[in-house]
Design a protein around this ligand. Structure first.
Ligand SMILES: NC(=O)c1ccc[n+]([C@@H]2O[C@H](COP(=O)([O-])OP(=O)(O)OC[C@H]3O[C@@H](n4cnc5c(N)ncnc54)[C@H](OP(=O)(O)O)[C@@H]3O)[C@@H](O)[C@H]2O)c1
Length: 266
């Protein structure tokens, strides 16, 4: 990526957390960064902190037209996007007894379809130029179904699968596809979690690992390494063992279903 050092970088979900920390890291390295999220004021605060190296471009990733307009504006003002990083996403804990389509849909709309909208906006230009790098932020929760993460984890597993499919396909057009699987990172999103978060990382450390990964040709960027390895091992165990282990993590203080026959099932 040496010849991409001064590329234009587009980061969604850049108003807070991992995306914001990465935007600052990329700006510090001399990239021209376009930062997208819904909150204009938070993006302007980021631009001030980056001392003019960040262009705030507010847009909603669940709205394809708003993303298309954002990409047109970025490419007019800064030039062709060389690196696109899709961080916009959210988490909601959902137990089986709370699961409804109405609760699941917004998580998928943002985490999965929001990323598809961003791909739709940026890929045609990259394919025309036969050059580009796209990194999509999924999660270690996408490796294996974890209690309370039924819908969140499924939306991230969908991203991992999509990235696996796109990597060899888009390589033929000169585009590098990467998947980013973080463990727990201290951000406004995880500040809401009341449960223990093993191997919790600071967002600046996460941004550093993310930054290094973007400068490699690895398909997967994952951090922290130990947690990633543990969840990979879980994925490789026979279901009899892996499901017995994840059963231990079912929170006792969350609602269970009213139907006793279902609540006894594992
Ligand atoms: N923190 C962790 O431990 C962790 C672990 C694994 C994976 N992840 C993933 O990493 C990504 C970033 O998480 P984070 O912890 O940094 O969370 P965060 O601090 O809550 O940041 C989420 C970002 O997404 C933006 N966003 C939300 N809805 C949006 C929408 N409709 N359109 C545009 N932007 C939107 C938010 O900005 P606005 O509110 O201004 O729109 C914000 O900039 C997420 O995809 C998350 O699933 C995080």
């Amino acid at each position: 990526m040496k010849n991409e050092i001064k590329d234009v970088v587009w980061i969604t979900g850049a108003s807070s957390g991992i995306g914001r920390a990465l935007a600052l890291r990329m700006a510090r390295a001399g990239y021209r960064v376009a930062a997208t999220a819904r909150r204009q004021d938070a993006l302007e605060a980021l631009a001030r902190e980056a001392e003019g190296q960040v262009l705030p471009v507010a847009a909603d990733t669940t709205d394809a037209a708003s993303l298309a307009a954002a990409v047109t504006r970025i490419e007019t003002q800064l030039g062709p996007i060389g690196i696109a990083v899709f961080c916009a996403g959210t988490y909601q804990a959902l137990m089986g007894a709370e699961l409804t389509a109405a609760k699941a849909r917004p998580l998928f709309e943002l985490n999965f379809m929001g990323t598809v909208n961003a791909l739709e906006a940026v890929l045609p230009g990259m394919i025309r130029r036969r050059k580009g790098r796209v990194a999509m932020v999924a999660s270690l929760a996408g490796y294996f179904g974890l209690p309370t993460s039924a819908v969140y984890g499924a939306s991230k597993a969908a991203l991992i699968n999509m990235a696996e499919a796109l990597r060899p396909d888009l390589a033929r057009s000169g585009i590098a596809v990467q998947i980013v699987n973080p463990g727990f990172v201290r951000t406004p999103l995880t500040d809401k979690n009341a449960f223990p978060m093993p191997f919790l990382m600071e967002s600046a450390d996460a941004a550093e690992a993310f930054y290094r990964g973007l400068h490699s040709n690895r398909f997967e960027i994952t951090f922290p390494r130990h947690f990633s390895l543990i969840l990979r091992l879980l994925q490789m165990l026979p279901y009899r063992l892996s499901l017995a282990l994840t059963r231990l993590t079912v929170p006792k203080d969350r609602p269970t279903t009213d139907a006793p026959s279902v609540s006894r099932a594992s």
